[in-house]
Every structure is written in C-alpha cells, then in structure tokens.
Design a protein around this ligand. Structure first.
Ligand code: AMP
Ligand code: MG
Length: 412
C-alpha cells in the first residue's frame, strides 16, 4: 500500500505543462498566460479631466471664493472623445467633460459644482491647485511597463488591461484533452433503453464535468465491455488525448481487466493500493506517451480520486502552479469513528460561521452512495493514524467549491 502523497507525486511527475497557443483574450479566461505582457502605450494616453467642469490656469483662481469669484472667459467646450482646438490663455477656461483631453495651457480642472455659468463666461467659486482633477498621461500604465507576467492566471481584470493595451490575442497554455473511458458490461449510456440489469454510466458524466471544472476538454470515448479486445480498442482510440482517465475494472474481480490491458500495452503499468478510503485501487501507466489513470469504478471513489490525483495533474498541464484545493480547519458537528491505518475522505457539508467553519457529514459514506456526494461541498480528511474524533473536535476539510464562503447577504 502506498501513501496518497506518493501516488500524487508519481502522477504529477509524469505530466508537464502543455505548449502554448494563441487565443482571443476572452478565450483566455481562467487560463495561464505563457508570455510577459509589456505595455505598448501609455494609459491614459493623454492628460484628461477627472471631472465635468472647467479646465483653467490655477493661477487665475487665486483668492477666488463664493463672494469673490474669478470670472473667466469660456473659449471652448470639450466633450469626451474630442481634441481641444484652443490653448487656454490667462483669464480663459474651457468647459470640459470627464475623460476629455485637457487643453494646452490649462493646469487644473474645477468641477461644475464649484462654478456658476454666466453667459459666455464662468464664475469660479474656489481656488484651484495645480494638477487638481487632472488624470495624468501614463498614471495607470507607462509605456514599456510589465503589466502581466508569464504564469499569471487570466481573470477579468487582466482581460480589461489587455484590451486597454490593444492586445486582442495572447499566448496561453493549451487546454488538455482528457479522454474518458468507462468500463463495465453492466453499463449503458444515459438515453439508452434501461434493462433491469443495467446501470447508467454516470461516471462518464461526473468525470467529464470534473474535467470541465478544471478548464480542460473532456472527450467521451464511451463504454468498454469487460473484454480485452474492447478495452484495448477504446484505450487506443483515447490515445489522441493528452491524458486518459478510465473508471472501473481495476479491482481484483474476474473481469477487472484494465490493469492487464494497461500492462500489455503500455508496459509501464503501476498498480497501487493507495492508503485511502474511498479510492483504494488505482492503476497508473501510459498508452504510448499518453499518461493513463485507471480510477476505481464506484461513483464516489472515482470522483474523490479524481479530485486528489487527476485535477492537480490537469492543472499542472494547463500551466498552473497552485494545483491543490484549499483546506480549512472546521469544527465537527458529530462524532466520527475510524480505524487507524488509512486516510479517510468523508463527504461533508461545511459552512462558515462567525468564528471559523463548522462541518457535518452528509450521511451514508458507502462508495456507491452518490447522494452523499451531491449534498457535499467538502471532504473531511482524517489522517492515517486518526481514530475516533469527538463531536466538537477540529478537523481538516478540503473545499470542493466556494459555496462555504459565499453568503446570502452582502456582508457590509
Ligand atoms: P468495478 O471497479 O468495475 O468493479 O466497479 C465497481 C462498482 O462501480 C460497480 O458496482 C459498478 O457497477 C460501478 N461502476 C463502474 N463503472 C461505473 C460507471 N461508469 N458509472 C457508474 N457506476 C459504475
Ligand atoms: Mg467493472
């Protein structure tokens, strides 16, 4: 039996970041950029007004107040998007809108509320300071400045920045194609007529959804019968992917042929009994150059093993450096009994409270009980040596999504 960490290390060592591809910035969302981005221009490109008001020479407003306003001649009106035509001379001002370029000669903007319009003139009711309410050219970004670094994850803010710089395409790491092969004579597909002895290959769908959730591309290879020839045919068809994931057929039953076929074909098959529950059996090898992970068939085991081993591998292939789901400490709402020896991943519902997190299990922990996975948003992780944990004890919980940290109220 090997430890979870050991299995994880073997699998992570076998994959590396995929090559780069050029994509439109909106297709880059959530992906890892493979280049440094230097600004090719200043943002903003020109000094511009931060307010609707009057562009003027600060010196002309010395001593101005409500009672003794500075009276200036309005020589021009500058809406946003228009280029000023006049230079502001002494005693002059231009009516200016937010975002419009500041005309030459002006060194301050006084906001509309601090002025009074008087026909072709304006009364300025306050003293202005040089630079006031002017956004300077390049105050956000200087030409040549590095704004995004290779390895950064592209989020909406990065997409905004790239578009502001006129960069519609960038290089990102490719999305891995992940082939999914279900195995088992008892399996049928979702819309096939159901006979009493058949079950729907739900793993084909839960695993595909997990792949999508990583930002990768699932490829459904379908259901292989528990026969050598069919397994081999499906595994061969899967070789066009970057990673192959199979479910079922890795235990010790008479028809558990996945290991055998992997051994014959890839010749690098390793089979582990991983010291974890659920998900003890795990096969790992390669078809040609393509890594293949044989997950156990039970619906919960395959999902839990995917979370521990395949998700980090896919994220690594996508160029990510933070590969692991966050764990938090939480107060346990009920007693859990456990024998020492292997690590347990227990389906649970975790919520955030005033003081930290609270967690309860979601019921029957049988590895075929998908319902308790449906209710779960986290996995309580009890270490190998743990035995009984009392109600009120603190446990480590791996968060499976962000639901524990989202709230019905805004919180401000
Ligand atoms: P196996 O590891 O092939 O012995 O499968 C273990 C259990 O998981 C059996 O009860 C199977 O019916 C079930 N199982 C295997 N593959 C799938 C699948 N693709 N979808 C749903 N259940 C499955
Ligand atoms: Mg089977």
């Amino acid at each position: 039996m090997i430890r979870v960490e050991e299995a994880l290390k073997h699998i992570l060592d076998a994959v590396s970041p995929l090559g780069l591809e050029k994509v439109n910035i909106l297709d880059a969302l959530g992906r890892v950029i493979g280049e440094d981005v230097h600004a090719g221009r200043a943002i903003p490109p020109k000094d511009n007004s931060a307010m609707d008001g009057y562009a003027l020479r600060a010196g002309d407003t010395r001593g101005a107040s409500e009672e003794t306003p500075a009276i200036l001649e309005v020589v021009e009106e500058i809406p946003a998007g228009f280029i000023p035509e006049k230079r502001i001379g002494p005693g002059q001002a231009a009516r200016i809108m937010t975002g419009a370029p500041v005309p030459e000669g002006a060194d301050a903007v006084v906001r509309m509320e601090e002025s009074r319009k008087e026909a072709s003139r304006v009364a300025i009711l306050v003293e202005a300071a040089v630079g006031q309410d002017i956004r300077r050219a390049g105050e956000d970004v200087q030409p040549g400045e590095k704004v995004i670094c290779r390895g950064d994850v592209i989020r909406p803010a990065e997409i905004g920045m790239l578009s502001a710089l006129g960069r519609s395409f960038i290089s990102v790491h490719q999305r891995p194609l992940v082939a999914i092969v279900a195995t088992g004579d008892e399996l049928t597909d979702i819309d096939e007529p159901l006979s009493p002895w058949k079950i729907v290959s739900s793993n084909s769908y839960s695993l595909a959804a997990l792949v999508l959730d990583c930002g990768a591309v699932p490829i459904q290879i379908g259901i292989a019968k528990d026969r050598r020839a069919d397994l081999l045919a499906k595994f061969r068809a899967a070789m066009r992917a970057d990673l192959i994931v199979s479910s079922g057929g890795v235990s010790v039953g008479d028809y558990d042929l996945v290991k055998e076929v992997m051994r014959e074909e890839g010749n690098r098959m390793q089979f582990w009994r991983v010291a974890m529950k659920p998900g003890r059996p795990l096969a790992f090898g390669a078809m040609g150059e393509v890594p293949i992970v044989g997950l156990p068939g039970n619906p919960v085991s395959s999902m839990v093993s995917f979370q521990q081993f395949i998700r980090p591998a896919i994220l690594k292939m996508m160029g990510h450096t933070n590969l692991f789901r966050r764990t938090v400490r939480a107060r346990l709402g009920e007693e859990i009994d456990k024998k020492p020896g292997i690590r347990h991943f227990i389906r649970a519902r975790i919520v955030r409270e005033e003081e930290g997190y609270a967690v309860v299990t979601t019921g029957d922990q049988g590895s075929g009980i998908l319902k308790s996975m449906v209710r779960a948003n986290g996995l309580i992780i009890l270490p190998e040596e743990a035995t009984k944990v009392p109600a009120g004890g603190m446990v480590t919980v791996q968060l499976l999504d962000d639901s524990a940290d989202r709230t019905a109220e805004p919180g401000y």
